[in-house]
Each structure stands twice: as C-alpha cells, then as structure tokens.
Design a protein around this ligand. Structure first.
Ligand code: NCD
Length: 307
C-alpha cells in the first residue's frame, strides 16, 4: 500500500491497511521526536494551510509537523487578509495556491469544500474539517492515542459523548472505530444524535455493534474510553438553542468517578462548557497527551502523502 499523492478528505478514503501504514509510520515519527532527531524528509517542500475557520491544534500541529520534517509552511487563518475577502472563489484560490506548494491542508465551513478543492488541485489535499462532515486526521490521531494508551482498539468499549449531529470529529471517528471492531456507545443530548445513515453504513460495512442512549451516566459506566466533544454552537441555526443544551450538558468529576478505574477520557479540544474543570485533574483525563500525538501522526501523514 502507498499513500503517495493521495487526497485525504474522508476517513472512508482510507483502507484499513492504509490506516495501519499511517499508524506505523507515526510510531517511527514519535520515536524520532523523542530522541530529538533532526529530520529532513520534507526538505525543500512547502505545505499550504488554508484555514477558513478557527483552529488552534490542527493548524499548529500540521505546521509544526512540516517544520519538524524540514519543510516549510505558507497559508492563512481567516479570510480577512486574503483575496477571498474581495470575492475570489474557492476554485481560483486553490488554482493559485497549488502553484506555490506541494501539499494543501484545508479547513472550511462548507461540507464538501475539501473534496471540491481536491478535484481542482493537482497537489494532494488533506481535509482539516469541512463543516459538520469530516475531520479524518483527527480520527487517525485518536486511533493512535487509543492504541498507545489502551494497547488495542478491538473489542474496547468506546463511548462517544456530545454533539453527534454536528461534530465532524465524531463522524470520522465512529467510522474508524467500527472499522477496528470497537464496541460503540453513543450518547448525545436529544436532537443531537448521530445521523441514521452513518449508523446504517457502519452496521452494513463492519457489522458494528452500537448502543445509543441519552443517559450520560450509563454511557460513562460502560466506557473503557470516554470520548467527549463540545456542542458545535456555530453550526446551529439558532445559537440560543445551543446555549440551552450547553446548560444541561456537563461532565463532572463525580460522574467520571462512577466509571471504570482504568477508563481514559479523550477530547479533540477545544473544551468549553461540556467538561467541568475538575475533570482535568483526574487520572482519567488524557486529552493533553492526545494533543501531543497529533504531531507524530500528522508528520506520518505528510511524509506518506509526499513520498
Ligand atoms: C475539532 C473541530 O474543529 O472539529 N477541533 C479539532 O480539530 N481538534 C473539534 C471541535 O471544534 O469541537
């Protein structure tokens, strides 16, 4: 298997063998990072990061990954300082940027924008989030983190808790976890359930075992891995609706203490109202370790795509 010149737009674009290749490469990258090795795999190569939506980790970790590989980075965050503010189309922006770089990473509020960019670009395109649709590289670093901290993914009880309707991280992750035979428990506030067609798809393709509930405590009790994401307020037609749900939805230290002793808690971040700060100090909370793994995993992706 090879990922050379491949676009990574949806987690569905990757076979299990390709995911294994990325995770294995990430191990090598992590080892090099821990040894403080200077790498020059991407020397002379340029990564363009085009962020039409806010980001901290995804953009910085892609940039850091490229720098750690000896390459360089161009791009923008927010469109105010670009010609898009003058009315330039996404198609034209991509036609221009691809002339300056070897790989494009794009985040955009519209579902399908990354796929559209990939169709136009001769350079490989990596989706760093398109609206409420997909965020495949987050799912890859989540798989890597779970393997690191739990040994394997197969038959693990993973509870996905939060906004499963708009959370693109959850949509990529649920597919990846089903592919690796995890037992899935899905917990969301009413009205924010995972879309049925995604559940039907993973049942059909992977024979996924899925349990759905609105009972947060029940979801926590079952979990070997508790994966939380925030209410995606910016995707609501009515932000007041989101605020109402936020008020009723918070994981506290007391709730977490009802869980298994060796349960780990992951979160793609940013955390806002859905996790009480007291949880940060619990032994279970592993989200800042998870952040670190974004670096070797994105180094692996960049190097495999450009090999
Ligand atoms: C996520 C995103 O942008 O979808 N952030 C991230 O990349 N870690 C999660 C979120 O915004 O809730």
């Amino acid at each position: 298997v090879s990922l050379q010149s491949k676009d990574i737009i949806s987690i569905r674009d990757l076979s299990k063998q390709e995911i294994e290749l990325i995770l294995k490469k990430a191990e090598d990258m992590e080892e090099a990072l821990n040894k403080g090795e200077i790498l020059d795999i991407m020397k002379g190569k340029v990564l363009a990061t085009l962020f039409f939506e806010p980001s901290t980790r995804t953009r910085l970790s892609f940039s850091a990954a490229m720098h750690r590989l000896g390459g360089s980075v161009i791009g923008f965050e927010g469109i105010q300082q670009t010609s898009i503010a003058k009315g330039e189309s996404l198609a034209d922006t991509i036609r221009v940027v691809e002339k300056y770089c070897d790989i494009i990473v794009i985040r955009h509020p519209k579902e399908g924008a990354a796929r559209f960019a990939a169709e136009i670009s001769k350079r490989p395109v990596i989706n760093a989030g398109d609206g409420a649709n997909q965020h495949p590289t987050q799912a890859l670093l989540d798989l890597y983190t779970i393997r690191k901290l739990k040994g394997s993914i197969e038959n693990l009880n993973v509870t996905l808790l939060g906004d499963l309707k708009y959370g693109r991280v959850m949509k990529s992750l649920v597919y990846a976890l089903a592919m690796f035979n995890a037992n899935l428990t899905l917990v969301s506030p009413p009205t924010l359930e995972m879309p049925e067609e995604i559940l039907d798809e993973i049942k059909e393709k992977f024979n996924a075992k899925i349990f759905q509930t609105n009972d947060v405590q029940a979801g926590i009790r079952k979990a070997d891995v508790l994966y939380i994401c925030r209410i995606q307020k910016e995707r609501f037609a009515d932000p007041y609706e989101a605020e109402k749900i936020q008020k009723t939805f918070k994981v506290t230290k007391e709730m977490v203490e009802q869980g298994k002793k060796d349960m780990i808690i992951l979160h793609p971040l940013p955390k806002v109202t859905e996790v009480d700060q007291s949880v940060d100090y619990s032994e279970h909370a592993k989200y800042f370790e998870q952040v670190f793994y974004g670096l070797p995993v994105r180094m692996a992706i960049l190097s495999l795509v450009s090999e």
